[in-house]
Design a protein around this ligand. Sequence first.
Ligand SMILES: Nc1ncnc2c1ncn2[C@@H]1O[C@H](COP(=O)(O)OP(=O)(O)OP(=O)(O)O)[C@@H](O)[C@H]1O
Ligand code: NI
Length: 326
Amino acid sequence: MERSPMSDILKLNKISAHDDARTLLKDVSLSLGENETIAFIGESGSGKTITLKAILGLLPDDIKISHGSVEICGKDIYSLNKKEKRRFLGSHIGFVAQNTVNYLHPLLRVGVQMTDGYITFNGKKSKSEAYEKAAKLLTSVGIQDPDRVLSSYPSQLSGGMRQRVNIATALMMNPSMLLSDEPTTALDKVVQKQVIDLYLSLLKERALSLVLVSHDLFFVNKIADKVAVFYSGQVVEIGLKDEVLSNPLHPYTKALLALSPSMDMDKRKPLNEIKGYISEEDRSRVGCPFFSRCPYSSKSCEQEVKESFVTPTHCVKCTLISGGQI
Ligand SMILES: Nc1ncnc2c1ncn2[C@@H]1O[C@H](COP(=O)(O)OP(=O)(O)OP(=O)(O)O)[C@@H](O)[C@H]1O
Ligand code: NI
């Protein structure tokens, strides 16, 4: 779907995934360079988290990849065996999960959870080194008393603190890429702003690529280089941030952005749901998955819709574009 410069750190080539009954992802393609950020936007159930899990090699057993490849630093991760995959991904990718409350184990002290992977990877002798590293990382994510936090249980920390801990934990193995699933959801406005600022400063300080799933368009606009718009398991539009947010071409992207009236900090709103819903029928459709909700749908949308590159970086799957109507 996109050009592939040598520096691509992540490349998805037409990934399709399904469970026993349904297609969950269809031909998802995207790429990400070093120090770049890509944001996934789209309604609930559109496949953003499943795509992150496919990149992490952590799809649940009932979901199978039927087609396509995921390359990280040029390596096809699904060609590796389980152990190789875990080792490779563990040292290349840090993951910040969606649910900050449940992600940390409630009965284990933060220090144990932060250092566990590092010690497994580097051997028991590395324990004190791991704690030192964890304390340093906690300081770098704005925690002033790292030793107290390391000996705390997650329930003793606020939501904002837990999110900082999650980010610091994801950085333990010095990954070149971070995947963050809605890192600002479930936090109050003041803490959201702090977390956004933290991501911005981390990206400035470290050579990190970031895949961000977010409903917060203000955050997306501030941080992303590229934006991918998901609908019903497909990327219906992808491009540089300004191409997608300032010149949306797919009717779904337009509708989604129209519902989020302002990117102004004070007025920012989450991406609300568009009337109607993603139906099971839409998922199995050969043609455009937005067909039943699109005000512009026509007979040609019932056929397979081709990708159209409107610029070398801006790609849209819509017959209005491929048919030359816009
Ligand atoms: N383990 C699973 N087995 C089968 N289907 C699943 C599984 N996990 C998620 N799904 C389905 O896959 C589809 C995409 O889900 P996904 O979690 O990727 O959505 P999302 O875009 O991340 O939504 P949200 O914004 O709510 O997090 C949904 O229809 C969901 O019900
Ligand atoms: Ni999700």
